[in-house]
Design a protein around this ligand. Structure first.
Ligand code: IMP
Ligand code: MG
Length: 198
């Protein structure tokens, strides 16, 4: 397959996806390296991976399969009830069940954007007194930051585009795309028109 065909948006998605930002192969390569970096940092100690629902599904599944150390996995549900591409008010939809006191914790999210989500979740986790707390995100949009947060492990730093695929959604859709793509602006413009009419 030529380099061009790998970055061409599959016909099925051409109406919604402007372009492929990160290919399936690039994702696979980077996630593997990221896992090595995390492994080294955790010195083979057992960890609790705390993942934020639902955008992390694919990244998490790939990442933990490359982590050669004992781990337990739990989820926190957070939903930002914004319908467009801006995050709205944060609501917790699922609480952590595993006791993380004195444990080494890795918090995993799909994307660090304004930082509002992380800045709400981190104090909540710190209050549970883990021994160590590190953060990992697949994507980072540093140009969008509102809150002063950073991630310890970052897959890719990307420019300020609304992206979908590999777990990331727009209005709960497109999570199943195997690549990360830039959402066509006409898609969210149509949605906001629809919301304004209501
Ligand atoms: P933050 O709270 O603004 O940092 O945003 C974090 C959350 O917003 C992520 O976990 C995503 O669910 C969502 N988000 C931010 N940017 C994007 C994007 O480009 N595509 C899809 N979801 C995004
Ligand atoms: Mg999310």
């Amino acid at each position: 397959m030529s380099a061009k065909s790998k970055t061409t948006v599959p016909l099925r998605w051409r109406k919604d996806v402007e372009r492929v930002l990160i290919t399936e192969a690039q994702l696979a390569r980077r996630v593997k390296i990221l896992a090595r970096e995390i492994e080294k940092d955790f010195h083979g100690r057992e960890m609790v991976v705390v993942s934020l629902l639902s955008g992390t599904v694919m990244f998490l599944a790939d990442l933990i399969r490359h982590l050669n150390l004992p781990l337990r996995l739990d989820f926190i549900g957070v939903s930002s009830y914004g319908l467009g591409t801006e995050s709205g008010e944060l609501v917790f939809t699922k609480e952590l069940r595993i006791d993380v006191r004195n444990r080494d914790v890795l918090l995993v999210d799909d994307i660090l954007d304004t930082g509002r989500t992380m800045s709400r979740v981190l104090p909540k986790l710190r209050a549970l007194k883990p021994r160590r707390l590190k953060t990992c995100v697949l994507l980072d949009k540093p140009g969008r930051r509102v809150e002063k947060v950073r991630a310890d492990f970052v897959g890719f730093a990307i420019p300020d585009h609304f992206v979908i695929g590999y777990g990331l959604d727009f209005a709960e859709r497109y999570r199943n795309l195997p690549f990360v793509g830039v959402l066509h602006p006409h898609v969210y413009k149509e949605v906001s028109k629809h919301i304004c009419r209501k």
